[in-house]
Ligand binder design. Structure first.
Ligand SMILES: Cc1cn([C@H]2C[C@H](O)[C@@H](COP(=O)(O)OP(=O)(O)O[C@H]3O[C@H](C)C(=O)[C@H](O)[C@H]3O)O2)c(=O)[nH]c1=O
Length: 328
């Protein structure tokens, strides 16, 4: 059965990959809304317009009048990707993070409360759990939230609002929390595309602190497949962690990419640490594996080769993304 889906933030990295996944594997009707800020890139969605199941509106979710425009119909599911997501930007100025991530989520919850949507999936992050010490176990869905930077605090705030709407109004809402994504169409301010672009153009690669912070890397296509399983089969009120099972130190990520590109380690430049830099993220994804039968399918070495290949072929895309963000 085809579903009527409302996707927020569908011109961003994970959102646009999710729509690509839907157009390839399903016949669902898709309404994509995105504010097209620096990270929501029209280039990411330009091929979608040929599909008759797809429509796009430039909308800021935190502006209720703008949001009303797409409620000319009701939806089966909202899949809520729209978010300010770069930790370094949130440390400089958190205002947009509060507006989009908290007020925007609140505005969408209002639409679910009005009965305009049958189900909502809130796309969140493992950063809301805070940081783990190296030897600790991974975070499960039942860990308390302990965010350490303004970005993760804004996502935790949104998650708690979502939870409260489930508890108070019994609305059919689900939260997913992923680890660090990588793959095509990721904004080059983020670690992996930044390393690739700097290596390709022989620029120094800034490595924060001692380079031993650990992230768990998840290929974006594995993530999109997991989200669609949650859309179809997830239980209201539940949280599902989605991890890549692939923890690496930042220095090892850089070394892998430099090696794949045949570049030397002289490109690495140790720079002062990010303020409040979380040491390690790791999540336990047993729940989604057991309950929904999801598994990550892409190994890091294979996913990284594909990803590097994509950025090599799309160097112009990287430069236009940097220009849109005043970074070039
Ligand atoms: C940009 C940059 C980053 N780093 C380090 C900082 C982190 O330890 C690691 C990854 O950084 P990035 O900013 O790409 O991602 P995180 O801060 O882990 O957060 C990301 O993954 C979570 C799940 C989200 O939810 C965020 O939205 C997403 O941005 O590389 C450097 O050493 N140098 C750099 O130039």
């Amino acid at each position: 059965m085809s579903l009527d889906l409302l996707i927020t933030g569908g011109a961003g990295f994970i959102g646009s990959n999710f729509i690509r996944y839907l157009l390839k594997h399903t016949t669902n009707r898709i309404t994509n809304i995105d504010a097209l800020t620096y990270a929501g890139n029209p280039d990411n969605i330009k091929n979608f317009t040929t599909s008759e199941n797809y429509r796009f509106f430039k909308i800021d979710i935190s502006q209720t009048e703008e949001l009303n425009q797409v409620f000319d119909r009701s939806y089966d599911v909202i899949i809520h990707f729209a978010a300010e997501s770069h930790v370094d930007r949130s440390i400089k100025n958190a205002k947009a993070f509060i507006e989009t991530n908290i007020n925007g989520t609140h505005a969408l919850l209002g639409k679910v409360l009005e009965g305009k949507v049958r189900k909502m999936v809130q796309i969140s992050t493992d950063e809301v759990y805070g940081s783990l010490k190296k030897m600790d176990a991974a975070f499960t869905e039942y860990h308390c939230l302990s965010p350490n930077n303004p970005y993760s605090a804004s996502k935790a705030g949104a998650d708690l609002l979502v939870r409260s709407f489930f508890q108070t109004y019994k609305l059919p809402i689900i939260i997913t929390r992923c680890s660090n994504n990588y793959g095509p169409y990721q904004h080059p301010e983020k670690f992996i595309p930044k390393i690739i672009y700097h290596a390709l153009t022989n620029k120094k690669i800034p490595l924060y602190g001692d380079g031993l912070n650990i992230r768990d890397w998840l290929h974006v296509e594995d993530h999109c497949r997991a989200i669609y399983m949650v859309v179809k089969h997830g239980q209201a009120g539940e949280v599902y962690n989605i991890g890549g099972n692939n923890e690496m130190t930042n220095i090892d990520v850089i070394r892998t990419i430099l090696h794949d590109l045949g570049k030397g380690e002289n490109l690495i430049s140790y720079v002062p640490d990010r303020k409040g830099h979380d040491r390690r993220y790791a999540i336990d994804s047993t729940k989604i594996k057991k309950e929904l039968g999801w598994q990550p399918a892409t190994s890091f070495s294979e996913g990284m080769k594909q990803t590097i290949d994509w950025y090599i072929k799309n160097e112009k895309w990287i430069e236009s993304a940097l220009r849109r963000s005043d970074l070039l």
